[in-house]
Design a protein around this ligand. Structure first.
Ligand code: ARG
Length: 464
């Protein structure tokens, strides 16, 4: 079998249809750097523990350098590898024979593709996931910067998508920043379980040659080693954690996207996306569609599907390595690439969108101050439940007269309840600014409380 590392006892080639399903090179070529990094460390460890001569180690190290350079070049030129081998591990080992000669036959000593591919994937994740962190931090920074600049804008806050209470626009923006801050923290919390090196676990039983796994792991930049060889080659829990993490992060992006889609509709008109982050219609010349946001919203659904799909792959598998596990990388790359794009689109869209201050103000209406009127009564000693009812009575009266809470005559209020105070006092309630400024409690929408959120967020951002 000329394309396989395992052909010794086979007389026939695998069928082409099996090869199509089995071959993973079109996906796992992306692990070539990590595979070479792992092989360098493995050869070095074999040498350190006296299972490989200095000369053979040197030949392997040099050969791996050459293989890395040629693969890098081919990928820049063609975007893919044309090798006939089934996976990146086979490609690199086969190419090494050409550069290092017989020494290459010693590289795979006491190693299996099971511990090798598990190691590569973990190395790739350790190297790549920080880019997601940076992209989230960038998005948080964009939200915080806008929140700082737009702290004077007051707009409608909604529950059930019904006008609820006035809030600072900044407060709304920061509500999304906090969810994303937790996503960063959550990803960090998974790192210690990811940063364990499986190398030296062999196919499943461990390593029959004396090696120092801890030294090997530290050389590769891992924090620790996997504690059990059967667990090491069969566990993909770090991927399950990652897929579920990505789903939750995307869910946050989706909620933000959905809010902005609504705000960008003509009915709201609060947000206008830049040309860079909008698309048009092939038929209707006037259209400016928020496709980027819609794709983000859709992607969140796809990530949930990937997370669920991969857990379904694991469900029912026996212990240790089974080929079902090979799908981890396809889902990993797809989720990673798409999430990174979503984060960048979200940050770019929000950085470049225009906020229409007048439309934001227009989203407010006097009914949204009903709660504040009730609070005014509460401050004058009326029990809240009664105050709620009295303001409700005023609302009903206003509606029946074809009025709103602001232009309902003072005499009507006083007839309902004398605690509505003087005409001046009552009038003072009808100010958006005065309304939001009451909410001074930590995490509230008053200027002071929003600035405090910004301060806490900025201190946190300094770590990144
Ligand atoms: N391409 C395989 C994977 O990524 C490598 C491990 C193959 N091992 C095996 N015994 N077939 O899962």
């Amino acid at each position: 079998s000329k394309f396989q590392l395992w052909g010794g006892c086979f007389e026939e080639e695998p069928s082409s249809v099996l090869r199509r399903l089995n071959d993973s090179l079109p996906v796992d070529f992306r692990l070539f750097r990590e595979d070479i990094q792992g092989s360098r460390a493995w050869a070095e460890e074999l040498f350190q523990s006296h299972h490989l001569s200095a000369n053979d180690n040197l030949a392997i190290q040099k050969g791996l350098d050459s293989v890395e350079k040629e693969i890098e070049q081919e990928l820049t030129e063609n975007g893919k590898l044309k090798d006939a081998e089934e996976d990146i591990h086979s490609v690199i080992e086969c190419r090494l024979f050409k550069h290092s000669g017989d020494a290459a036959f010693r590289l795979h000593t006491a190693r299996s593709r099971n511990d090798q591919s598990a190691t590569d994937t973990r190395l790739w994740m350790l190297a790549s996931l920080p880019k997601l962190t940076s992209a989230i931090v960038e998005l948080i920074t964009v939200l915080a910067t806008r929140a700082e600049n737009e702290i004077d804008i007051i707009s409608a806050g909604y529950t059930h998508l019904q006008r609820a209470q006035p809030v600072r626009w900044s407060h709304f923006l920061l509500s999304h920043a906090w969810a994303l801050r937790d996503d960063v923290t959550r990803l960090e919390e998974q790192r210690s379980r990811l940063s364990r090196c499986p190398l030296g676990s062999g196919a499943l039983a461990g390593c029959a040659l004396t090696i120092d796994r801890k030294r090997l792991a530290l050389n590769l930049g891992f924090d620790d080693i996997t504690p059990n060889s059967m667990f090491a080659v069969g566990s993909r829990d770090h991927l399950v954690e990652f897929f579920n993490w990505a789903s939750l992060c995307a869910l946050h992006l989706s909620r933000l996207a959905e809010d902005l889609i609504i705000y960008s509709s003509q009915e709201y008109g609060i947000v206008r996306f830049s040309d860079q982050f909008s698309t048009g219609s092939s038929l209707m010349p006037q259209k400016r569609n928020p496709d980027g946001q819609e794709l983000i919203r859709g992607a969140a659904g796809l990530f949930l599907g990937e997370a669920f799909g991969f857990s379904c792959v694991l469900k029912g598998l026996p212990s240790t390595y089974n080929k079902d596990l090979q799908s981890d990388k396809e889902l990993l790359f797809r989720t990673y690439d798409r999430l990174l794009d979503c984060l960048k689109i979200s940050a770019g869209s929000i950085r470049t969108m225009k906020v229409n201050i007048d439309r934001a103000l227009n989203s407010l209406e006097p009914g949204m101050l009903a709660t504040d009127l009730a609070h005014m009564l509460v401050r004058r000693g009326v029990p809240f439940r009664k105050a709620h009812h009295l303001v409700g009575t005023a609302l009903l009266r206003a509606t029946n007269l074809g009025l709103d809470l602001r232009n309902l005559p003072y005499s009507e209020y006083i007839a309902i309840c004398p605690e509505f105070g003087t005409e001046e006092e009552l009038k003072a309630v009808f100010s958006w600014e005065a309304s939001v400024e009451q909410y001074t409690s930590s995490g509230g929408t008053a200027r002071k409380a929003v600035i405090n959120q910004l301060e806490i967020l900025h201190i946190w951002l300094q770590k990144y």
